[in-house]
Design a protein around this ligand. Structure first.
Ligand code: PEP
Length: 236
């Protein structure tokens, strides 16, 4: 099975010059090795030509009167093959609900993109983590037919905090996600499951070797040339 590393640059870097520098560095070092997928902000997508590209978001319509929004069909036409959907920052900061996330999954599949669906519990303790994750997966994927989809398990408490989820906890969640998929009659081998949340060069490999994940979704560290290169080298 392919191993994926997804770089989520979020709303960074601030200037085109910095984005060009990052891309020209990574074009030399990653060279399409494995599946490193770069998800920069929309205005920088064209700078990543010849790399595997993903968007950080899309709107669940093909075209029309949706001021400020970006169609998954446009993203496909621009060279993207992937799109991150349901990131916790969009669910919490922008109020995206289950139905909106599902519509994005469907529209992006129809546009020929592979959704990278983010799921994960909010708190480390004291909540029904499996209930939260089950609802996120079921609401997004029920009665949706797809050829390829990627799930990123991203516990919210680990995102951008520098405090990654313990590998054994993450591995339990991976089993849970596989179980949810099999209850939904989705062949688990057809859905790579990635880990995301404060991944760095030191902990990256453990999520694959001990945690059994098929890849990583990397936020902050994907903007640091040396650190991200070390992550890639440790994994591939
Ligand atoms: C993310 O943006 O999804 C993420 C995992 O960020 P970080 O690696 O910075 O925690």
């Amino acid at each position: 099975m392919t191993t994926f590393i997804v770089a989520n640059w979020k709303m960074n870097p601030l200037t085109r010059k910095e984005a060009e520098e990052l891309f020209s560095f990574f074009k030399k070092t990653t060279d399409k090795r494995g599946k490193v997928i770069f998800c920069p902000p929309f205005p920088y997508l064209h700078l990543g030509e010849n790399l595997n590209l993903g968007a950080q978001n899309c709107f669940p319509e093909r075209k029309g009167s949706f001021t400020g929004e970006v169609s998954p069909y446009m993203l496909k036409d621009l060279g993207c093959d992937y799109v991150i959907i349901g990131h916790s920052e969009r669910r919490s900061v922008l109020g995206e609900d289950f139905f909106f996330v599902k519509r994005k999954v469907e529209t992006s599949i129809n546009a020929g993109l592979t959704p990278i669906l983010c799921v994960g519990e909010e708190k480390r303790e004291g909540t029904d983590a499996s209930g939260e994750i089950k609802e996120q997966i079921r609401s997004a994927l029920e009665r949706v037919s797809f050829k390829e989809i990627i799930i990123a398990y991203e516990p919210v408490f680990a995102i951008g905090t520098g405090s990654a989820c313990p590998i054994e906890v993450a591995a339990e969640r991976r089993f849970l996600i596989e179980d949810i998929l099999s209850q939904m009659k989705i062949e688990k081998d057809s859905v790579p499951i990635l880990y995301g949340g404060s991944v760095n060069a030191e902990n990256a490999k453990g999520y694959l070797l001990e945690g059994g994940f098929q890849g990583l979704l990397v936020g902050g560290a994907s903007l640091e040339k040396e650190e991200f290169t070390k992550i890639i080298e440790s994994v591939f």
